[in-house]
Design a protein around this ligand. Sequence first.
Ligand code: MG
Length: 315
Amino acid sequence: MESEVLFLANKVVTLNETDLIKLKEYYSPYLVDSYPQGALFAIRVEGCTITAYRSGKVLFQGKKSETEAEKWIQFDIAETKPIIKKTRYSPPERISTMSVIGSDEVGTGDYFGPITVAAVYVAKEKISTLQSLGVKDSKKLSDNQIIALAGKLIQTVPYSLLILKNEKYNELQQSGMSQGKMKAMLHNQAIDHVCKKIAPKEPEAILIDQFVEPSIYFRHNLNKDIPFQDRTFFITKAESIHVSVAIASIISRYAFLKEIEKLSEMAGFPLPKGAGKIVDEACAKLIEIKGKEALSTFTKRHFANTKKALSIYEK
Ligand code: MG
């Protein structure tokens, strides 16, 4: 019974060197001579024995351990350190200075228009030159900036651009394929194309702007050739990690804009991006002009917008 009480009354806090000294000073009148091997010092106050170890761990024992430990919890390194979940797919520290193939996609959340995926190779010697062109996340650039930049970039870097048009998208979706699988297959295909373009040169790493768990990504590509799987990394917001992903996001957005432009011309009026209310209304208008059948050419038909547009149209 006694030992159980003691066990329950144990508390451990991990401190850095500075805070260990602080703690020692704070309790200096209560330092004791005997302490276990491996310990730096020990303290005995009423209801609590405190033992500090070289590792920074401080053990509080006794019925007042909770109260005493409480005073030091704010300094606990283990508690204040942000928890970054690293996996074997997390990019290495120095990836931003490596020769990398990066990939990104656009259009997955847009009702009108295709999904566009680009993969881009940037050799390390070219990183700073490309950065000086003003390459950054495509979401932070205006459409005009995207068009101007993309024009330069496609002449500068080896890349692959894939456009999954609405007809094909709807066909695949109808056959039971998830959008996630479509994306995974497109990324892999684009990356594979770039690998072949730059061969016999090899990328030091492949960086995918993460849209799915890596294990699921690879499962979606199970029966495909996956180039350099052992050096493929995933991270969200990858465009801020390596310029190749930033360029991939610019090229894929550029292609998406061009496709929307073409579709708008076919529709006879500008088609909005996204999947909001304006999109429902534009779709109702499209049905009025082109008929329901046209939706497979212009839209990702399984989106909820179709139902909403039909109900607007039928009113
Ligand atoms: Mg992305």
